[in-house]
Design a protein around this ligand. Structure first.
Ligand code: ADP
Ligand code: MG
Ligand code: ZN
Length: 622
């Protein structure tokens, strides 16, 4: 990457780290040296020492605080033996020694004592700092190596223009609205006069909002690449520390540095980590540390007037709904830019950008790939291209072929194949009917996309077999019939098990979960229940998004309403279940035929599958 990180005060960190290492070493030496290298006197029990003194065998004694070293009288020509013992509190000892005519003295204090004393003063604080640093590094989401002395300093990375391959707006496809907004910011930083002349007030804060992987961080980097001004980048999670007050001092430090280097940009990624609504964080005033950090951020953003220092704060979040309203007030993040999932043409453009990095075969049709990947974010598409390239390499191809992309899409959607998971014959049979059940119900109901493949080769985390349905177009709205169709399709697997084996296995639990979620959202979020009417029974705005995972917490409702919701959800699921059962009963022969074939080949896909599924007859009486 062309963007380089400008290290901040590296000498400081290095010195601090060396100090830590050296003192640690000393500590270790202190602990182990005496034992390791002291080839000195043999240790004996105190009682033996006293005994030897009384016997008159001892010639000299040196009494220390922790050790008594003594020498025996030289016998024959042998050198005098030296022993050591640990003293006990014995006031009689000097008397005894004098009585026996032993030469004795107290051990003089060790010569290097000033050094030892110094160490004993220096080491404990250093150890403490070391531990502190360890916790901070962990608490700070594992940010890079930090010096002990950088506590409380902002960890912001300063990006400067790199010489090679910097990220620019050309590297970001789609998201035109966001780009327009950000181009304006860059213009302003480059030529502020043009704006201030006509009295235009420049926005202080721009908040990029959108689902994960849609290119928010990438956009910010592109701004850095385009702007030609210093760019301070920090992630919100790095502000949140173990120690109250550290986060807020970081914020202060960050803005101080930024003001010195104005005009410049501050980018706070994952703003929600600090910006969570203050009222929503639970009992007893919530998280003090985060609250202080947030307050400091608000203060700093109010602190600089648009006139003096041109510091623009850019931030990104994928959870705007949890942000504290104070952050979104005019004068703070007064501009919010939606960075949404790409639509068809955007996806094609993003694929084009990432496909430049790999060798493409002639048969590759990026548009067709874009068509088959609704709901994929930019990051998913980048990943897809890479997966396809890996597959091509594994297949010893020189260029990436369309079929590599097809397999890559499947991997991303359904997970990796797990050929190693061996099912017994009965299980295989159940899975085969189960998947054919999904496929046949899916073929008759709308709102599912087209069934492209059924397989009983295990894939991904949980699936024993799977049915791959790929949308034929981008869908932003769905009607009730289509949602009911989706639920019926989800129940198709279990229904097939019921029809054929007259029993149910555990394999359908994920299907049931999804079907129930969907039904619940129809009732509580989309207002599709006649009984309950067009009311939102879920909290939060997210409920309105299509294809958004699980259900939100329910609004507080009366017991009656709650019962009514439950019975409506149940009604929707059961109706869909009946529909699925009916389809499969009336097409029982076809079900047998396709399942038998699937058991033989393990996979049915493409034209062959379309042919088979086109024979599914609609239910007679509906
Ligand atoms: P976010 O910050 O929104 O979660 P990122 O900016 O980290 O997403 O995106 C991750 C990666 O996905 C980028 O590095 C880039 O390779 C790819 N990507 C995402 N969106 C786009 C886009 N609009 N154009 C090109 N590449 C994209
Ligand atoms: Mg990001
Ligand atoms: Zn299933």
């Amino acid at each position: 990457m062309g963007i380089k990180e400008q290290p901040k005060l590296p000498q400081f960190r290095i010195v601090a780290n060396i100090l830590l290492a050296v003192s640690g070493l000393f500590l270790l030496l202190n602990l182990f040296l005496p034992g390791l290298f002291a080839s000195g006197p043999t240790g004996v029990p105190y009682s033996l020492f006293i005994h030897q003194v009384q016997e008159g065998e001892v010639s000299r004694v040196s009494v220390g605080q922790n050790q008594i070293i003594y020498q025996l009288k030289a016998e024959n020509a042998e050198p005098a033996q030296v022993f050591a013992t640990t003293p006990i509190f014995d006031l009689e000892l000097p008397k005894l020694l004098e009585e026996k005519g032993v030469e004795f003295a107290a051990t003089p204090p060790p010569k290097n004592t000033w050094f030892t004393t110094l160490l004993s003063w220096v080491i404990p604080p250093l150890i403490f700092i070391g531990i502190w640093q360890f916790f901070i590094a962990r608490g700070g989401g594992g940010g890079g190596p930090q010096g002990a002395l950088s506590i409380g300093k902002s960890k912001a990375k300063v990006y400067v223009e790199g010489e090679s391959a910097k990220i620019t707006f050309a590297d970001v496809a789609g998201v035109e609205e966001a780009k327009t907004e950000l181009v304006e910011i860059v213009d302003f930083l480059k030529t502020p006069a043009r704006f201030t002349q006509i009295g235009a007030r420049i926005p202080k804060g721009v908040l990029l909002v959108g689902p994960p992987g849609t290119g928010k961080t990438l956009l910010a980097k592109a701004v850095a690449g385009e702007a030609g001004v210093p760019f301070f980048s920090i992630s919100g999670s790095e502000f949140v520390e173990l120690f109250v007050g550290v986060g807020s001092s970081r914020v202060r430090d960050l803005f101080e540095q930024a003001k010195k280097q104005a005009p410049c940009i501050i980018f706070i990624d994952e703003l929600d980590a600090i910006g969570k609504s203050r009222s929503s964080n639970g009992f007893y005033g919530g998280n003090d540390e985060r609250e202080q950090t947030l307050n400091q951020l608000l203060t700093e953003m109010d602190g600089f007037a648009a006139g003096d220092a041109t510091v623009i704060v850019l931030a990104a979040t994928n959870r705007p709904e949890v942000l504290d309203p104070a952050l979104l007030r005019p004068g703070r993040f007064d501009r919010q830019v939606l960075v949404d999932r790409p639509d068809l043409s955007d996806r094609e453009a993003i694929l084009k950008i990432h496909a430049q990095k790999v060798k493409l075969g002639d048969d590759v049709n990026l548009k067709a790939i874009a068509t088959r990947t609704p709901g994929f974010a930019g990051a998913d598409l980048a990943n897809l291209v890479n997966e396809a390239a890996l597959l091509a390499a594994r297949n010893l191809r020189e260029k990436v072929a369309q079929e590599d992309f097809a397999e890559a899409i499947e991997r991303v959607v359904a997970g990796l194949e797990k050929k190693s998971r061996v099912m017994n014959e009965t299980e295989k049979k159940i899975v085969a009917y189960h998947e054919v059940g999904h496929a046949m119900v899916g073929a008759l109901t709308t709102g599912n996309g087209r069934v492209e493949k059924i397989s009983i080769i295990p894939r991904g985390m949980a699936a024993l077999g799977y049915t791959l349905q790929l949308p034929t177009e981008d869908r932003f709205l769905m009607n009730e019939t289509e949602l009911r169709g989706q639920i019926a399709t989800l129940l198709g697997g279990r229904s097939a098990e019921e029809v054929v084996f007259n029993s149910i296995t555990t394999g359908a639990s994920n299907d049931l979960q999804r079907a129930t979620d969907l039904a619940e959202r129809m009732v509580t979020a989309y207002g599709m229940s006649k009984v309950l009417g067009p009311l939102a029974y879920q909290q939060g705005q997210q409920a309105a998004f299509l294809g958004n995972g699980g259900a939100n917490p329910r609004r507080a409702v009366s017991e009656d309403t709650s019962k009514a919701i439950d019975s409506e959800v149940k009604e929707i699921v059961e109706t869909a279940h009946e529909q699925a059962l009916e389809i499969l009963r009336q097409n029982r022969d076809l079900l047998e035929a396709i399942a038998t074939q699937l058991l033989e080949t393990e996979v049915i896909e493409g034209e062959k599958l379309h042919d088979l599924l086109s024979q599914v007859k609609p239910v007679a009486n509906s």
